[in-house]
Design a binder for this molecule. Structure first.
Ligand code: SAM
Length: 336
């Protein structure tokens, strides 16, 4: 993987003075699951495939942003492993000068087959989504009966050598029974479990504040069984407030996206599978990079459009304000 020393790396600053180092790249809006907090149960309208950026187009944009100061990438979707030949893209992105870290978020279903080729291609880290270890709850929330396949995929990923974080969406009257089980699995398998407060990004638009299991409620549940010590300043490096187990056996993270958003420290931008740059998960505006590329725009044109977008990066999302408006895209079409 190309490695630029911190001294040589350019610095990319948004309109609020935040340093932007991360690009999340959605490679498809399609998914083999239909999670209740993300997608509709059926009749999903997916993007026409002709709108998806090709691997070459994605790599070209990454070449531009890496010269601007972005050095960490995360592939996501939809389910990124539904995109054919994904290890090929990982290899192309890993070879871009200045890119130091390529990671992926996945539901793990296809990892049994793909973990090793992804590792060999240069993928460094995996975030795996797993909301429940109870089979019925898993099947209910994912609307797919395949807990076994997911656990096998996780095993294959660990055997390939991946550091793994597990993402669990925290929902009231659902997650309470799963929290300690997930934490115990994390401690025994060496995964960092991260609980994410349920956000208003579900296609069914059933989100209500009362359905969110809040960060402090999650901590209360864990604290009944395990003593935790907060890790200072963890929000300055990532979206999770992190805690170490007092017995030294691992750590957990809580992403309080609703009750205590990390927007002041946000260091990321996103690109949808159809090449629209989004400066926030909850952005009302998108910046069309695909259009620019397909109209023979130069790298300088792409850079300029990204810089213009960054000036407008939102100070914070407005979930807690009266004038909050849901984005028109659901999470699977933005890229989680
Ligand atoms: N298919 C992949 C997966 O399952 O990890 C990647 C895409 S998924 C949209 C990315 C992440 O977004 C997952 O960890 C998922 O739990 C999270 N997510 C989706 N909808 C969410 C919501 N409404 N609130 C909080 N997290 C959500």
């Amino acid at each position: 993987m190309a490695n630029t020393s911190e001294l040589k790396r350019p610095t990319l600053i948004d309109g609020m003075g935040r340093k932007i180092v991360n690009l999340r790249i959605s490679v498809t809006d399609r998914c083999n699951f239909r999670c209740t907090y993300c997608m509709p149960a059926d009749n999903v309208e997916f993007m026409d495939r002709s709108h998806l950026l090709s691997f070459e187009e994605i790599t070209r944009i990454v070449g531009v942003v890496s010269k601007m100061g972005i050095y960490r990438l995360r592939l996501t979707g939809g389910e990124p492993l539904l995109r054919k030949d994904l290890p090929q893209l990982v290899k192309m992105l890993s070879n871009v000068e200045g890119i130091e870290d390529v990671a992926m978020t996945t539901n793990a279903f296809f990892l049994k087959e793909h973990a090793q080729p992804l590792w060999d291609a240069g993928l460094k880290r995996l975030n795996i989504s797993l909301d429940a270890l109870d089979k019925e709850k898993f099947t209910h929330v994912n609307r797919r009966d395949c807990l076994e396949e997911v656990l096998e995929g996780m095993k294959a990923a660990r055997e390939a050598g991946f550091p793994i974080k597990v993402n669990a969406v925290a929902m009231k009257n659902f997650s309470e029974t799963e929290i300690v089980r997930l934490v115990e699995m994390g401690r025994s398998e060496g995964f960092e479990i991260r609980f994410i407060e349920f956000m208003p990004l579900d296609a069914d638009q059933t989100w209500e504040r009362d359905k969110v299991l809040l960060g402090h409620e999650i901590l209360d549940i864990i604290n009944k069984k395990f003593e935790l010590t907060p890790i200072q300043d963890s929000l300055e490096i990532g979206p999770a407030s992190e805690y170490r187990f007092a017995d030294g056996k691992g750590k957990i993270g809580i992403i309080t996206a609703v009750s205590n958003p990390f927007c002041d420290y946000c260091n990321r931008i996103r690109m949808t599978a159809d090449g629209k740059l989004r400066t926030c998960l909850f952005s009302a505006n998108e910046h069309n990079l695909k259009e620019l590329i397909r109209a023979n725009g130069t790298d300088a044109d792409i850079e300029q459009r990204i810089r213009e977008a960054l000036v407008t990066k939102e100070p914070g999302h407005k979930i807690n304000l009266d004038d909050f408006e849901r984005p028109t895209r659901a999470m699977h079409a933005i890229g989680g």
